[in-house]
Design a protein around this ligand. Structure first.
Ligand code: MN
Length: 348
């Protein structure tokens, strides 16, 4: 399982060799954090405690909206701090997990460059300045990179952390089915006996607020089929992480190969793409879609993006969404398809 030569020290070891023992470490998770970034941060905190005697803060931007993710934080007693309350000067080192500097999905202020980055997304140009960089595209989850480190170093993994890592790998890879590599399966298998299955079940089967059903209704009502592509919009959102959740749900439709879900939150449009088509890269489609307007990216089958719309009038936002939809259909070769309601109007 080990990918690092036994004689050569890994990125994380080099980082902690250089770390002032007992110092302050800040770990930055991505905005509107998902289980992968949360569990990765929690694992790095444990590693930092042992290898660096570090005092660690985990910071995130945005909100944790999805009920499963909020429950994960609550039940596993993970301590996360909103990044706008962080005094960056207090920290000796900054690490980033499951995201990279200036990718648009984390709120580390631009002049600051993290000392350590651990991620499984394609390398961003701003990451060239990062001293300790550990990017592995052949891992289905960043949590697998961290779990593998913990197994390699023989570090104790408590029940809560094991549950968090297990849930991260499970949700990020859709139960080891989507963009999964041997290492993910291997980590999952090793974490399983260590995890608290009762808590895991409570996280997965979280109760959701009433507003969830309102957003779901909107998404279903607005969903249109263009051949094997589904496009939908959510008008209002309590938190943007419902966009990927709806996108995953839409891909469950028989015959669906592509999904684009869009929704507005505060002053930005959030986008999610899902696909079962492995010949086209969802991350690249997303990059093209938001080019010049916002930021985005992702993997082969899942991608996310964000376009700021702070200075735009409602009609301009509407036009932007229409334009994005046309561009998306063109990129995936469905521009000639005529939209059809997912649920016929008389059945709504
Ligand atoms: Mn991830």
């Amino acid at each position: 399982m080990s990918r690092t030569n036994a004689h050569e020290s890994s990125v994380i070891e080099s980082f902690f060799d250089d770390f002032p023992q007992g110092g302050n470490l800040l770990i930055v998770a991505h905005n509107h954090p998902d289980p992968d970034t949360i569990a990765s941060a929690a694992a790095l905190l444990e590693i930092a405690k042992i290898l660096g005697k570090a005092k660690t803060t985990i910071a995130y931007g945005g909100v944790i909206g999805r009920a499963e993710n909020a429950n994960m934080v609550k039940y596993l007693k993970l301590r996360l701090t909103p990044i706008d309350r962080v005094d960056f000067k207090k920290y000796d080192r900054i690490a980033m997990v499951d995201t990279q500097p200036q990718t648009g999905n984390n709120d580390l202020p631009a002049p600051l460059v993290p000392d350590l980055v651990i991620d499984h997304h394609p390398k961003n140009k701003n990451s060239s300045k990062v001293k300790f960089l550990d990017i592995r595209l052949d891992y289905g989850a960043t949590a697998s990179i961290l779990a593998e480190y913990m197994f390699q170093f023989d570090l104790p993994i408590g029940k809560n952390l094991a549950t968090a890592l297990l849930y991260a790998i499970k949700s990020e890879t859709q139960d080891l089915g989507r963009e999964t590599f041997d290492v993910d399966v291997d980590c999952y298998r090793q974490l399983f006996p260590l995890a608290n299955k009762k808590l895991l079940s409570k996280i997965i089967h979280a109760q959701v607020p009433r507003s969830y059903f309102a957003r779901l209704q909107q998404a279903l009502r607005n969903a249109k089929l263009y051949g094997n592509a589904v496009i939908t919009r959510i008008k209002m959102m309590e938190a943007p992480d419902i966009v990927p959740e709806i996108a995953d749900l839409m891909l469950k439709m028989e015959g669906a190969a592509w999904v684009l879900c869009m929704g507005q939150y505060n002053e930005a449009i959030y986008l999610s793409i899902r696909t079962t088509n492995t010949r086209k890269d969802a991350g690249k489609v997303m990059k093209k879609l938001v080019r010049g307007k916002g930021k985005g990216g992702g993997h082969m089958q899942i991608a996310g993006g964000r376009i700021p719309v702070a200075d735009m009038e409602p009609w301009e936002i509407q036009e932007l969404k229409d334009a994005l939809q046309i561009k998306f259909l063109k990129y995936i070769g469905k521009e000639k398809e005529v939209g059809q309601d997912l649920i016929a109007k008389d059945a709504q």
